[in-house]
Write a protein that binds this ligand. Structure first.
Ligand code: UDP
Length: 197
């Protein structure tokens, strides 16, 4: 399962057979990672927004989420790459964690008030042994954000799903990942809306 590294418009894309396995190993070894799910829209944003490009280049795992990115890899680099939708990566990782009995603590951050909690309710049906240790809505005051950071630093979840949309979630992860250096941080866009709906 060695990752292959490609470059798409100056951004890295990592391709491997089994992303959840790789992430699970990172969880178990406490290495942590920032996971970016790359689509064409983001590559265009990164052209304009230099800090966003830098954040993507510093991420430990960038997966080819969008059809455009996959097409680019297939046509220009002649690589038979499969699309890896971000929501499926998150789902596969949560299932792998439950199956591994790793007891990894998971935190859901983002979405309108109540949405992350509803997404957790859905996951308690899907994976009853998964340890979800907390949620936080993505709309809050600066004081509430301070409280959230303290909570994360204290609980040290091993998996932190951040659903604030692009590029807010990538920027937030880059600014705050030092709070839980051993965690896997994944920007999951609107996944909580889908799980809760
Ligand atoms: N969101 C949030 N806080 C904000 C802005 C957006 O929590 O200040 C959430 C919003 O409720 C939604 C998600 O971010 O759940 C964005 O979803 P979208 O599908 O637009 O994300 P994309 O993956 O397309 O960037």
């Amino acid at each position: 399962n060695p990752p292959k590294l490609f470059s798409v418009l100056g951004l890295p894309v990592h391709v491997m057979a089994n992303y959840p396995n790789w992430l699970l190993e990172r969880v178990q070894s406490g290495q942590g990672a920032h996971v970016v799910t790359l689509n064409a829209e983001m590559t265009m944003q990164a052209e304009q927004n230099k800090p966003l490009g830098e954040i993507i280049r510093n991420a430990e795992l960038v997966i080819p989420d969008g059809a455009g990115v996959v097409l680019y890899l297939r046509l220009l680099l002649q690589q038979n790459v499969q699309r890896a939708p971000g929501i499926e990566l998150a789902e596969n990782l949560l299932h792998s964690i439950e199956r591994s009995h790793s007891q990894a603590k998971v935190f859901f951050y983002g979405g309108a008030p109540g949405v992350a909690q509803k997404a957790v309710d859905y996951w308690q049906q899907q994976a009853p042994k998964l340890q979800v240790v907390g949620t936080n809505s993505g709309y809050h005051s600066p004081e509430e954000e301070q409280q959230l950071k303290q909570t994360l630093a204290q609980i040290q979840p091993q998996v932190i799903l951040v659903g604030l949309g692009v590029p807010r979630q990538e920027i937030w992860i880059a600014q705050n990942r030092h709070l839980c250096p051993q965690a896997i941080w994944i920007g999951v866009g609107g996944s909580f809306d889908i799980w809760s709906g």
